[in-house]
Design a protein around this ligand. Structure first.
Ligand SMILES: [Zn+2]
Length: 287
């Protein structure tokens, strides 16, 4: 397993905000001390303008340099552009690993799946997964699927990939919940699988299974995963029921699709995030 991380991504924070540096620092500590999963560590390069501009408008990059908050929970930081470029660059490196047949996980912040073509929102500044998907399509991949199991709908990914030839988007999420989107399928390639708040594990797994069926039907050459761990039963930001063994199961199911895949960290705000990530990665690794 390749894990892509630049520890400088823990250098910014807003006191009390759930998207905090410890998410990464604690996960790094666990992954370094565990011995079950062999890991090769990689450091990303910042993403280029060329790659960003497939997914975002030039004005969006310029806005990252304006020292004003984006919304009530998406703050401006002095280094926000650099941080966002590193996280998006990690997505591209994960894609390249997958193309070489190596499963890869980007352990970075900020997350990306709420950032639309024109807007930073929901703790997200650049759409890391959409940038990677469009880069894949621009550099030789014909069919890419994005599978998003963060508890929140990936509205930004959908905004950018909507009706994009060669791309399909599958999102399983609690609904109604932030950001309010994702009640039904959109366009000809965005497939939403809403799950009611306070659903049972069986209901949630059923939605994940239906999304996986859709993913297999699409017959992707490569899968990019928006891996959010906030559908966890003890996550403070949502009301969903999953346990560590469900993330392990999901990693195994994605592995069983038998095409190259890479995963990017999105949400997940509980103190158990490191264990949830490790469970998922063991599933992806077939352990
Ligand atoms: Zn989330």
């Amino acid at each position: 397993m390749k894990i892509i991380c630049d520890e400088s991504c823990t250098s910014y924070h807003n006191p009390g905000h759930p998207e905090r540096p410890l998410r990464i620092a604690d996960t790094l500590a666990l992954l370094r001390r565990q011995t079950e999963l062999p890991i090769e560590w990689l450091v990303p390069e910042p993403v280029s303008d060329e790659a960003i501009l497939r997914a975002h408008l030039p004005e969006h990059i310029a806005r990252l340099r304006v020292p004003r908050n984006f919304d009530a929970d998406t703050f401006h930081f002095p280094d926000v552009e650099k941080m966002a470029r590193n996280a998006a660059g990690a997505g591209l490196l994960a894609l390249e690993c997958a193309r070489k047949g190596e499963a890869a996980f980007s352990l970075m912040r900020p997350p990306g799946h709420h950032a639309t073509r024109t807007e930073s929102m929901g703790f997200c500044y650049l759409s890391n997964i959409a940038i990677a998907a469009l880069h894949a399509l621009a550099t030789g991949t014909n069919r890419i699927a994005v599978f998003d199991f963060d508890v929140h709908n990936g509205n930004g990914t959908e905004d950018i990939l909507l009706n994009q030839p060669g791309a399909a988007f599958f999102s399983v999420h609690e609904h109604p919940c932030y950001p309010g989107t994702g009640a039904a399928h959109v366009g000809d390639n965005c497939f939403n699988f809403p799950v009611r708040p306070f659903a049972t594990r069986e209901e949630y797994r059923d939605a994940l299974s239906r999304a996986l069926d859709g993913l297999r039907t699409f017959r992707p050459e490569i899968i990019g995963v928006s891996a959010g761990f906030d559908a966890y039963a003890h996550d403070p930001l949502a009301n969903s029921p999953l346990e560590a063994e469900d993330f392990h199961w999901l990693g195994g199911e994605l592995r069983e699709v038998r095409v190259p895949m890479f995963s990017l960290l999105e949400g997940g705000y509980s103190h158990d995030l490191p264990e949830l990530i490790l469970a998922y990665l063991k599933g992806v690794d077939g352990k």
